[in-house]
Design a protein around this ligand. Structure first.
Ligand code: GAR
Length: 216
């Protein structure tokens, strides 16, 4: 019988806690994913150990060894495509991607971003939310398009900002919600329920609103 699971390659740059959430979710009897490889641009990424502990092939493609973004992304693409993934998962992959790379995986590459997009795209989101005195924060899963952090949102998870919050406590709360929403959105994709069409994200054939689906 052919394997019904979705072949996936996960890209990371750091701790890999979202990778771990996917690995853990995928340990259930109805595991939706065949996580074929984890690739990082940073040799010191702690998430590499998580991949190896789970028996997943882990590769380093160090961006400092390439003299242009185009050359790096071409090497990354070649490495990813060896695994023939149906989905590329960006899980804390801290690189700006070239249009050619994005185009190659359009409709089959997801990202998670630590804010309620379209608010706070870019870096240091927790610090900026605290500085602005925001009452609410969260995370967004979105399709990757050429617009940085600007692809259509699939799912958001919200958390309150507390008066006592530091950057670290707020980040930890957001991480908690990330670990719920990313496995869920990826399950939807693996079940064939999620599509990018004409610039919009569709779940079960219905165009999702700008903030994506609501966390059940
Ligand atoms: C996560 O908070 C993710 O949302 C963020 O990096 C962190 C990675 O954590 N991604 C971005 O900021 C992308 N722009 P992890 O390595 O523990 O999964």
């Amino acid at each position: 019988m052919s394997d019904p699971r979705l072949p996936v390659v996960v890209l990371i740059s750091g701790a890999g806690s979202n990778l771990q959430a996917l690995i853990d979710d995928n340990r259930q009897a109805d595991a939706p994913l065949d996580i074929r490889a984890v690739i990082t641009n940073r040799p010191a990424a702690a998430g590499l150990a998580r991949a190896r502990a789970a028996g997943i092939p882990a590769e380093v493609i160090d961006h400092t060894l390439y003299d242009s973004r185009d050359r790096y992304d071409a090497a990354l693409q070649a490495a990813i495509d060896c695994y023939q993934p149906g989905l590329v998962v960006l899980a804390g992959f801290m690189r700006i991607l070239t249009p050619a790379f994005v185009h190659h995986y359009l409709g089959r590459m997801l990202n998670i971003h630590p804010s309620l997009l379209p608010h706070y795209s870019g870096l240091q989101t927790h610090r900026r939310v605290l500085a602005a005195g925001g009452a609410e924060h969260g995370a967004s899963v979105h399709f990757v398009t050429e617009q940085l952090d600007g692809g259509p949102v699939i799912l958001q998870g919200r958390v309150p900002v507390l008066a006592t919050d530091t950057e670290a406590t707020l980040a930890a709360r957001v991480h908690g919600v990330e670990h719920r929403i990313y496995p869920l959105a990826i399950r939807w994709f693996a079940q064939g329920r999620l599509h990018l069409h004409a610039g919009g994200a569709y779940l079960d054939g219905r165009l999702l609103p700008p903030h994506g689906a609501t966390l059940p």
